[in-house]
Write a protein that binds this ligand. Structure first.
Ligand code: HPA
Length: 269
C-alpha cells in the first residue's frame, strides 16, 4: 500500500471511531503525556489498535491517541511519539502529523524534553527555529503532492503568531517562557561535550532527539506549529553526567507549569 493509501485508510478508520474534525494536534513528549488525561469527552485509542500506526517503546511514553475537548478546543493528542532512534522509518515517525492534517487540523503543538545549551533544567522554551542534524529528512522519497510541494519553505516552520500568543499567555499566567533554537539529533546516545560545544557555536539553545521530523512534515503541508521544549538537564559538558532518570524527574517538576501553559495557549490560538 502506498503512503497516501495508508494515510487515507487510517484517517477513515479514525473518523469511523468518532475522531471528527480536530482543530489542533498535540504531540506530548517524555513525561508530558499527562495533559491528555485532562481531555474531556475523550475517545481513547491504543496505538496497537490503529492501522498503519507505530508502537511506543520508551518508558514515560504511554502509547495512546486521545481525541476530545481541551480548553474549549477539539484536540487530537499523542501520548507518546515515535522516535527515529527506535528504528522507526521517518514515514512512521511523521505519520501522525499526516493524519492530523488529513483530519483537518490547522495547528500542531509539539513538545519535547531537551537538554539545555543556553538554558538550565526547569526552563520551558518556545522553539523559534530548528537545526536538523538527524541525518535524515522525512520528506525523502516520492513527494505527496496532495499535502505540499517537493521543496517546501522552512523559513516560517515555527509560526511566529503562535509563539507571540504563547509568550503573552505565559506572562498572563506567570509562567516563564524562554525562546530559542532546537537542534534535533538522532540519538539514542546523548551527545558528547565536544558535540555540544559545536552545537552552541552553531546557534543551538536546546538539543533533543525528536520534533524536527514532525515539524518538517507539518511545514510541508502548511500546518501551523508551536513547539515547546521542557529543558530537563544541562547538555553534556555543562554538567557531570546525563541520564534518563534525571530527564524524567525534572519533567515531573515542570509538568504542572507545562500543562497550565499549553491549556491557556490552546484557548488563544
Ligand atoms: N540530549 C538529547 N536529548 C535530550 C536531552 C539531552 O541532553 N535531555 C532530554 N532529551
Amino acid at each position: 500500500m502506498s503512503l497516501l493509501e495508508k494515510i487515507y485508510e487510517t484517517r477513515d478508520f479514525l473518523k469511523a471511531k468518532g475522531v471528527e474534525q480536530p482543530e489542533f494536534g498535540l504531540i506530548l513528549g517524555s513525561g508530558l503525556g499527562e495533559l491528555a488525561e485532562e481531555i474531556k469527552n475523550a475517545t481513547v485509542l491504543d496505538y496497537a489498535d490503529i492501522p498503519n500506526w507505530g508502537r511506543s517503546t520508551v518508558s514515560g511514553h504511554a502509547g495512546k491517541l486521545v481525541y476530545g475537548d481541551l480548553a474549549g478546543r477539539k484536540v487530537l493528542a499523542l501520548q507518546g511519539r515515535f522516535h527515529y532512534y527506535e528504528g522507526n522509518p521517518m514515514e512512521l515517525v511523521t505519520f501522525p502529523v499526516r493524519i492530523m492534517k488529513a483530519l483537518g487540523c490547522k495547528g500542531l503543538i509539539v513538545t519535547n524534553a531537551a537538554g539545555g545549551i543556553g538554558f538550565g533544567p526547569g526552563t520551558l522554551m518556545a522553539i523559534s527555529d530548528h537545526i536538523n542534524l538527524t541525518g535524515s529528512n522525512p520528506l525523502m522519497g516520492e513527494n505527496l503532492d496532495d499535502f505540499g510541494p517537493r521543496f517546501p519553505d522552512m523559513s516560517n516552520a515555527y509560526t511566529a503568531d503562535y509563539r507571540q500568543k504563547a509568550q503573552a499567555v505565559a506572562e498572563k499566567i506567570d509562567v516563564k517562557l524562554a525562546e530559542g533554537v532546537y537542534i534535533g539529533v538522532s540519538g539514542p546516545s546523548y551527545e558528547t561535550p565536544a558535540e555540544i560545544r559545536a552545537f552552541k557555536t552553531m546557534g543551538a539553545d536546546a538539543v533533543g532527539m525528536s520534533t524536527v521530523a514532525e515539524v518538517i512534515t507539518a511545514a510541508h503541508s502548511g500546518l501551523k506549529v508551536l513547539g515547546i521544549s521542557a529543558i530537563t538537564n544541562f547538555a553534556a559538558g555543562f554538567q557531570s553526567e546525563l541520564n534518563h532518570e534525571e530527564v524524567v524527574a525534572v519533567t515531573q517538576q515542570i509538568k504542572e507549569d507545562f500543562k497550565r501553559l499549553v491549556k491557556a495557549v490552546l484557548a488563544e490560538l
